[in-house]
Design a protein around this ligand. Structure first.
Ligand code: GN1
Ligand code: MG
Length: 373
């Protein structure tokens, strides 16, 4: 549960970020595993209601919030410029805006935490639950995000969480937690742990290809859950990609893989019967039909060929991260049920097994769509 915040906190934020209007109400938006997110409503002098998004940043995950904000600002400014040159007019619905304080900084620290304010995408919705009607649009949104940033100089980005998608290191960290076994949980999760290790033989694939000069570094969103796309409430068209906290240099397949592992799983990420998790190939094809036409022109043949490998990599990586957090005693991800991280790890491990089996079909689907672009 998020701690309750008083209206006075939001009043202080309205002042600090020079937001328009006076406080009316706020409510929490559930879903994130790291930060706390709220919608804040204010009333303008003419009585109209204005909405903002306010977030309390998890300082133990993001050591330098200003670096996170600088990345997000640089990326959104670049996207905005591109959209303007493409003749897009409803910019406020297509790209997030981060508010600054009068001293130019993006964060306001109060006894209750470290806060930032950003724009609200009107007449839109996001969803935690993958929706078949939105799969292609989710692919389009994340593909377009990469396309809009294809010429952004990656060296300008801060590495806000080092080794974020360093899958081999995630496995090394898991092994260290298993050795330490601080909560005495290893005996209980040994089966999952061993199954996971048995699938981890190729987790350095992207790093090897990069070292051979075959995989370029790109701007990567790094958290491409379908809940991070806002859709038009009427047309269901994808509007803006949100949650830019983890935008960093990385590989294109990270974004493709993370999106598929979340949106094309037959079960939610933390389903109680996670051992039944499977990859839905129809869903995969729909997502790919949205994503590939957006990126097909500029990703290299090696990047395109290895997109399905990213699905396995990211699923294994998340399984390793959840299992590590279970072994560590739930210190990283927010937990809402008993042994929540164990539940999540079981689901991702079963999904990784099914992805391994379905790799040939995934490759065929990607090849077929690429041939049609
Ligand atoms: C975290 O909080 P949220 O949902 O934006 C995590 C992602 C994981 C995701 C799994 C900074 O993202 O890496 O994929 O949970 N973010 C961070 O649900 O660790
Ligand atoms: Mg996130």
């Amino acid at each position: 549960m998020q701690n309750q915040l008083s209206p006075a906190v939001f009043g202080e934020l309205i002042r600090a970020f020079s937001l328009k209007g006076v406080y009316v109400r706020h409510f929490a938006v559930c879903g994130g595993n790291i930060n706390d997110t709220y919608v804040l409503e204010t009333a303008l002098p003419d009585g109209k209601i204005r909405s903002y998004v306010v977030q309390r940043i998890n300082r133990s995950v993001f050591a330098s919030p200003e670096d996170v904000a600088e990345n997000a600002y640089a990326v959104t400014a670049h996207i905005e410029e591109k959209l303007v040159s493409q003749g897009v007019t409803d910019l406020h619905r297509r790209v997030l805006h981060y508010y600054r304080k009068s001293d130019g900084t993006f964060f306001h620290t109060l006894p209750e935490g470290c806060f930032r304010a950003l724009s609200y995408v009107y007449d839109s919705f996001g969803t935690d639950q993958p929706d078949p009607r939105l799969l292609r649009g989710t692919g389009q949104a994340f593909g377009r995000f990469q396309a809009l940033l294809a010429d952004f100089p990656t060296e300008k980005l801060h590495v806000t969480i080092p080794d974020f998608h360093n899958t081999p290191k995630r496995f090394a960290d898991l092994a260290a937690s298993a050795r330490a076994d601080v909560c005495g949980r290893l005996a209980d999760v040994r089966g999952i742990y061993e199954k996971l290790l048995s699938m981890a033989g190729q987790v350095d694939l992207y790093d090897r290809l990069h070292a051979q000069g075959k995989l370029p570094v790109r701007v990567v969103h790094n958290d491409t859950k379908c809940s991070n796309v806002m859709f038009d409430a009427t047309t269901l068209e994808p509007l803006a990609v949100i949650d830019l906290d983890t935008v960093m240099p990385g590989f294109a397949g990270h974004d493709f893989g993370d999106a598929v592992r979340f949106a094309c799983n037959t079960l939610p990420e933390d389903a109680d019967d996670g051992e039944n998790a499977r990859l839905d190939l129809d869903a995969f094809a729909q997502f790919a039909q949205g994503f590939l036409p957006e990126v097909g022109k500029f990703l290299t043949p090696t990047e395109l060929e290895t997109l399905p490998d990213g699905v396995l990599l990211l699923t294994l990586e998340l399984a390793a991260r959840f299992l590590k957090d279970d072994l560590d005693g739930d210190v990283y991800f927010k937990c809402h049920k008993t042994r929540h991280n164990r539940v999540r790890a079981i689901c991702q491990t079963a999904l990784a097994g099914d992805i391994t089996r379905k790799m040939p079909e995934m490759r065929q689907i990607v090849q077929r769509i690429c041939a049609e672009i």
